[in-house]
Design a protein around this ligand. Structure first.
Ligand code: MN
Length: 236
């Protein structure tokens, strides 16, 4: 049986419409999992949602409301989705508490960090000095900056390298990595591009978009395959 991987949906607040890029569902299916889309329910529903799924994938999307890391919004903060924020933060806390394998991508990595008490930069240009171009205008499948990966980390094992060229579509980034996690990948400007939990079998976040790259570069499917493998191991 394929492990069931719940993938959080993007949410259009005005149209009340949840949606997900096929890059995710195709990637999870190709990696051996069964993807299901999780629309943003109430935060109280998070415990009910987490129990039947084997793993969680927090997908990419808009900005996290700075309320959740104790800040007022800067002018650079863009579209926020209150329904999505509340649901995903509650869901992340459930996954972390119940040791459900969880992978956060881009916004998803930031959600994981904020859910566990960390902070993010609302805007790299406003908050971080000398940051590189992290909002590429090249195609999604094309890597534009490299990352250095900590030797011996989960990410180094997954990609079997400590240096990787990745795509980049973010103006926010992790500021303070929450206790319980450690940074394991960085862009050349020092911006955190990967985190992993220290006391959880599989809680990993990446700032880049493997879902946008795996069709051109199969190496990036390894992240989804490892998630599926972790779900199988957890189920036994
Ligand atoms: Mn980047």
């Amino acid at each position: 049986m394929r492990p069931v991987i719940g993938v959080t949906a993007a949410f259009h607040e005005e149209e009340e419409r949840a949606f997900l890029s096929r890059h995710y569902s195709d990637g999870i299916y190709r990696a051996g999992g069964l993807p299901v889309i999780l629309p943003p329910l109430s935060p109280e529903a998070a415990a009910t949602v987490i129990s039947p799924i084997d793993g969680l994938l927090l997908s990419d999307g808009g900005d996290i409301d700075p309320f959740y890391f104790g800040e007022e919004p800067l002018p650079q903060t863009e579209t926020v989705s209150p329904h999505r924020d509340a649901f995903e933060l509650a869901l992340s806390q459930e996954a972390l508490a119940r040791l459900v394998p969880v992978l956060g991508i881009c916004r998803g990595m930031q959600v994981l960090n904020v859910a566990a008490g960390g902070t993010i930069y609302q805007d790299l240009a406003a908050g971080a000095r000398n940051s590189l171009k992290h909002r590429q205008e090249a195609p999604r499948w094309h890597g534009t900056h490299y990352i250095d990966i900590l030797a011996g980390s989960h990410l180094a094992a997954i990609f079997r390298t400590t240096r990787l060229s990745v795509n980049s579509f973010h103006h926010q980034a992790i500021r303070k990595v929450t206790p319980g996690f450690k940074a394991t990948a960085w862009a050349p400007d020092g911006i955190t591009e990967g985190i992993e939990a220290t006391a959880h079998p599989f809680a990993i976040g990446v700032q880049f978009h493997p879902e946008g790259m795996w069709k051109k570069n199969p190496l990036f499917l390894a992240l989804f395959e490892t998630l599926v493998t972790a779900c199988r191991a957890q189920r036994k």
